[in-house]
Ligand binder design. Structure first.
Ligand code: HEM
Length: 411
């Protein structure tokens, strides 16, 4: 299958913010495209090539994970289908300009020579977009539902769901922020922001994948984003038999805002923590292994004497033939919201994962994790399920073109 983006790679998951805000009516997109390299002054940072924008799939899924990320969700107020199309066309023009030429016209936050900075813009739609407003009910992706509430969730309604979702990732935080301001300004009054959360990846300490805010290496195990076979098996919707034909090339995104309770966590000793994740804290290795990338041995440990049966990694992926199809591509970020109103530090993960079927992949994993020993120190407080649209295929194509231009199936 293919014609995938040339980009790939990935790491683990984590996010932040959200205010209900109506943005000013947007201005007309100015997709500039001046070549940058000759103009770009020398900096301490290597100038990286832009991530390809056009393709069968959107960038930002299999793209090697950039250190800065932001997830946001919006309510759409476009009055009719034509206005919805205009919204997606405008969003496409701005995303194309920002990711390929780095142009932003929101006050010059990035100075006179903004670079693409490996920015990716990944656009999704929530189940609510398929209600009565735009006549799209008959073409809703089969598995697109509102995010379920799981037993340990303490969901804040203001930080859940949305008609439209954005994921912005780049090598630097200011690039992500400038892109977010630019895009929301251009979306204008056609949308209201419901929530957003921004996050970061840590540097390797000392090597390998980054550590989350509990100090554990996070992002080790994933299907291989560089493998089209893995991605077609676990991530991309490839088959028009199961989903509406317009959806081929897309994927389902789950975002979960998960707060960590670090006071009780800090009181646990290292062994308790390692039994919680089922991984070594120093090396990230499975408890049955020595190195970060070693494969855990659960069959030789059926009673969980080495790796507890209710440890996070073992429950998430017990490595049995029955659970083999349940793999997900995790791509989240750490978040730090500073002190909350009780002076407790609000830290956690903007968990994000991609899969071709939420009900067959994410939900069974999440259901098993309801019984994990770490459930007392992790509280999901928000997020949503979204359908990441198929890629923008050419300079004349636009997000959601297949969704909005396919004739409605008539019974
Ligand atoms: C704050 C929340 C979470 C934290 C801190 C966390 C942390 C970790 C860590 C440290 C690992 C082991 C290292 C690795 O393979 O990356 C791991 C593995 C994993 N986690 Fe999470 N995780 C969180 C939430 C979730 C959620 C919500 C899911 C899905 C429902 C999930 C699914 C997985 C999976 C599938 C693996 C790989 C297991 C394997 O293949 O061996 N995690 N997580």
């Amino acid at each position: 299958m293919s014609d995938h983006h040339t980009d790939t790679g990935a790491t683990a998951p984590r996010p932040g913010t959200h205010h209900r805000r109506r943005f000013l009516q947007g201005l007309v997109a100015t997709a500039g495209a001046a070549a940058l390299p000759a103009l770009t002054p020398p900096t301490a940072q290597a100038v990286t090539a832009p991530t390809a924008f056009h393709g069968l799939h959107q960038a930002g899924v299999t793209t090697p994970q950039q250190p800065s990320g932001l997830f946001a969700a919006f309510d759409v107020h476009a009055p009719d289908r034509a206005a919805l199309e205009k919204l997606f066309r405008g969003l496409t023009a701005r995303a194309r300009a920002l990711t390929t030429a780095g142009t932003e016209d929101t006050g010059g936050m990035l100075g006179p020579h903004p670079a693409p900075d490996r920015l990716t813009v990944t656009v999704g739609v929530g189940a609510s977009l398929f209600d009565h407003r735009y006549g799209l009910a008959d073409r809703k992706p089969r598995g697109l539902t509102p995010m379920r509430a799981f037993p340990h969730d303490r969901l804040d309604a203001g930080r859940c769901h949305g008609d439209l979702s954005l994921q912005l990732c780049a090598d630097h935080r200011d690039t992500v922020l400038a892109a977010f301001r630019d895009l929301t300004r251009h979306l204008g009054a056609a949308v209201t922001a419901r929530w957003s959360i921004d996050g970061f990846l840590n540097p390797p300490r000392p090597t390998g994948v980054q550590r989350n805010l509990m100090g554990f290496k996070d992002g080790i195990e994933n299907p291989d984003p560089a493998s089209p076979a893995d991605m077609d098996r676990f991530v991309w919707v490839t088959d028009a038999g199961q989903e509406p034909a317009w959806a081929v090339g897309g994927t389902y995104q789950v975002v979960r805002i998960i707060r960590m309770h670090l006071e009780p966590w800090d009181r646990m000793n290292r062994l308790q923590q390692e039994h919680g994740f089922g991984r070594r804290k120093d090396t990230g290795a499975p408890l049955s292994g020595l190195r970060e990338r070693d494969t855990p041995d659960y069959t030789g440990d059926p009673h969980g004497n080495i790796t507890p049966l209710d440890s996070h990694a073992r429950l998430a992926n017990p490595r049995t033939p029955e659970t083999d199809h349940q793999r997900i591509l995790r791509r989240g970020y750490n978040y730090d919201h500073g002190l909350d109103h009780t002076a407790t530090h609000d830290l956690g993960v903007a968990f994000c994962c991609y899969q071709k079927d939420i009900q067959r992949q994410y939900e069974p994993i999440q259901t098993r994790l309801d019984g994990e020993r770490l459930a007392t120190v992790l509280t999901p407080i928000g997020g949503g399920y979204f359908y990441t649209l198929p890629g923008v295929r050419s300079a004349t194509d636009w997000y959601a073109s297949t969704l909005l231009t396919t004739p409605a199936p008539r019974p």
